[in-house]
Design a protein around this ligand. Sequence first.
Ligand code: ADP
Ligand code: ZN
Ligand code: ZN
Length: 824
Amino acid sequence: MNNNLNFADIILPLPLAGVYTYSIPDEFKNQMAIGKRVVVPLGTKKLYTGIVQALHNNAPADYKVKDILSCLDDFPVINNFQLKFWDWISQYYQSVLGDVYKAAIPSGLKLESQTKIILNEEFVADNALSKTEDQILNILSKSKDVSIASLNQATGLKNTLPQIKSLLDKGAVVIEEHISSGYKEKKQEFVSLHSNFTEEEIGEILNGLKRAKKQQELLYSYLNLSKHYFEEKPEKVSSNELLKSVDCSRAILKSLVDKNILKFYFEKLDRLDLSSINTTGLKELNPHQEIAINEIRDNFEHKNCVLLHGVTSSGKTEIYIHLIEEQLKLGKQVLYLLPEIALTTQIINRLKSVFGNKVGVYHSKFNDSERVEIYNNVLENKTDKAYQVILGVRSSVFLPFNNLGLIIIDEEHENTYKQFDPAPRYHARDAALYLANLHGAKTLLGTATPAVESYYNAQTGKYGLVELFKRYQEIEMPEIIVADIKEARRRKMMKSIFSPELMSHMTESLENKEQIILFQNRRGYAPYLECKSCGWVPHCPNCSVSLTYHRHNNLLVCHYCGHGMTPPNNCEHCGSSGLEDRGFGTEKIEEELLSYFPEAKVGRMDLDTTRKKNAYEKLIYQFEKHELDILVGTQMVSKGLDFDNVGLVGILNADSMLNYPDFRAYERSFQMMAQVSGRAGRKKKRGKVLIQTYTPEHEIIKNVVKNDYFEMYSSQIAERKEYIYPPFYRLINISLKHKNQRLVNEAANYFANSLRKIFGIRVFGPQSPVINRIQNSFIVNILLKIEKKSSPAKAKWILNQQANFLKEIEKFKSIQINFDVDPM
Ligand code: ADP
Ligand code: ZN
Ligand code: ZN
C-alpha cells in the first residue's frame, strides 16, 4: 500500500499543538493508512492514541522524530469526510485539531496512558486469548482502577494498547469512567415459573391464591404473556411488561417470587437489537403540509439550505418524516439534529414508529460504550443493520457519516447548538451546513421562531424560505393575556408570585381538568438571599455571583462553579438575623402551587430534577398520561414538546429575560415566549397563555401577543444594522483569564491596544463581563467586529499571531486566551 512512505502526521488529543510527525517502522508500513489509529509516545513516558492525518517523506527539520509504536486498526475509523470536517472546524472556530479530535471521538476510541481499565466480570472467552491478554485480565482481576500506564509497567511491555483494544473489542474489559451505569443498563429483568410445574400443580397454585386476588391475577397474566397454554417453550416476559399488564406494584410480584411460584432472571440486552419494533406507515400530509413539502423539494433544486418557518404544531415533524423516507429510499443517511436531549424522547418514538430500527440516537447522557457502539455502527454502515437515521444533539455532527443525503436541524434558533466550553466552540447548525456541503447533501432548518440570522439569510436568498402558518387541523393559535404586575402591586393585589389573573385562570383550568405549564427561567428556590437590615447578599467565594437558595437541601449554591454552603444564620455584614429570600425560582413556584392547590399534582422540570438518566422521560411520560396536573419548569418545558391537553401556559416573569444585557435579549425573549406559548391548546381546542410582566407596553410583549414574528424580526434586524452586529458583522470574542485581576487587566489592555493598531475601530473593550470572576479566575473580554465581506481567515490569523506575541511577554505567559467565533 503506502510501503514507501516514511513519515506520518498524527493528530493527538492534546489542547496545544495537535499534530506531530512520527516515523513509520518498516513492520507497519503496509498497514499505515489515513484515518487509522496508532499508538505513539510523547515526552518520556506518555502514550497516546493518535489519528493518521497524512503520510509523506518529509522529515521534520526542527525535532527528532520518534517511531510509531503500533497500529490499532485494520480499517480507518475516521473517514475523509471527517478529516475535512475537523479541519474546517479547527480553522473556522480557531481551535487546534487536538481539541477537535477530543470532542469528536468517544473516549473508548482514544485510549491514553492515563485511561483506566476495568475487568468485565461477566466476560466469558469464546476463543483463546493471547498470553499478554491473559496476563492483563489477571492483573485486572486482582486490582481495581488500573491505568494503561500501570498495565504497561506490570506486563513489562512498552505498549499494551493493542492488546487492550482487542480486549475491549471482545467485551472482556471496559473503560472505567462509565462502567457503573453502563453495565446496569444493559441487563434486563425477566420472570419465569419457579420450576417445571405440571398443569395440576399450576391449577393448585392458582387455587391457593384465591384470597390474594392481585397475585392470582398477576400469575394469570404471566401465563398469558408467556403463552403457557399454547407453546412448548414459554415466551420471554420481562418484569416491567408483566407489571404493566395488570397495573400492580412490584411488591405483589415479589411475594409470588418469595413463595417460589415465579422467579427472576436477568439477561443482557443487545442495545442494537430493536427488531421487535412494530412500524406503522407514514401519516398522510394535509394540503398545507403538502404545499410546504413541495416548496421544500423545489427549493432544494437550486438551494443547499431551506428554512422551514412553521408555527408551533403545524406539523413540521411530519414533513421531516416524509423527507427522511425519501432519503432512505435513495439509500442515503439522514442526520436529525435536536438542541437538547429533553426533546428526543417524544421524537424518538415518532421516528421509531415509522423507521423502526433504522433510527439511532446519540446524546450526552449515553455512556461511553453506548457511544462507541453507535459510532461503530455508523462507521460500518452495513445496509441491513445500520442506523440510517441518526437523531442526536450537537456532537452527532462528528459521527462517521459516509453518505449523508439530508441534515434536519430542528428548532434551529436554539442557542444550545453552540458549544461554549471547552474548545472547539462550534455552532452545530453552522457546522452542519458545511458538513452537508461535503456530502453534497441538503440542509433543512425548521422552527416556529427562526434565528434573526437565519431569517435574514432566507430573506436575502441565500436559503430557500418555506412558511407554514396553519396549525395541523387548523386549531387556533392560543389567546395571549398580559397581566400587569406593576398595576397589581400598586393595588396591593399580588399576594403571591401569582397575579390575580393567573390565579383565576389556573383555578378554571384545574376545574376543567385541563393541564397547566408554568414557565420561569430560574431553577432553585430564590435567586438570592438578602439581609433585611443592611442589604448584604451572600456571594460565591469563587465567582462574582450571588448564591441561589435551594430549599429541598437547604443549600446556597453557585450556578457557575457548583460551590455549595449552608445558609448563614446571621448577616456577615451587620450580624442581624433577618436574611430573606428574594425573587423566585421553579422550586418556590412548586411550593406555592402546593399551598394554593393542595389537590393538584405538580411536577417540576429543571436541571435539578432531571440529572438522572431517564428523569426527563419520566416527567414527560407522567405529564402525557395526565398523572400530573401542573408542570413547572425552566426553558426545558418551552421546547418542541407536544402535549394534547394543555389549557393554560403561564410565563411568570417576562422581564428578567427582556432585561438581560445582550444584543440578542429581545430576540431570545420573543422566541422563548412564543415557544412556551406554543405548548398551549394543541390537539383539541384553543389554549390560553398568561404573561406576567412589569412592562405590558414593551414592543416584544406586543409582538408575542400578536404572534408577529415578522415585526419582531424587522425591528431587530434594523438594530443589528445600526449597531453593527450579526448578520451584518462577524463577531469574535476574545476572552482573557487569570487568577490575578491586575495582571489580566493589564494583559487585556495591552492586547486590545495591539489589536487596535491593526483593526482600528473594530475593536471593542476590554470589558468585564457581568460575571467577571468564575472559579477564582478573573475574566476580561475584548470584542472584535469584522465586516462580513472581509476575510475572516485573515483576521483569525492575525489574532493568533497577536496572541502568540502576547504569550511571549514573560509576565503574560500564564494568561489564558480563548477565542469564541460567532459567540452566542
Ligand atoms: P410541529 O413540529 O410543527 O410543532 P408536529 O409535527 O409535532 O408539529 O405536529 C403537531 C401534532 O399534529 C402532532 O401530534 C402530530 O402527530 C399531528 N400531526 C401533524 N401532521 C399530521 C398529519 N399529516 N397527520 C396526522 N397527524 C399529524
Ligand atoms: Zn446585614
Ligand atoms: Zn461559584
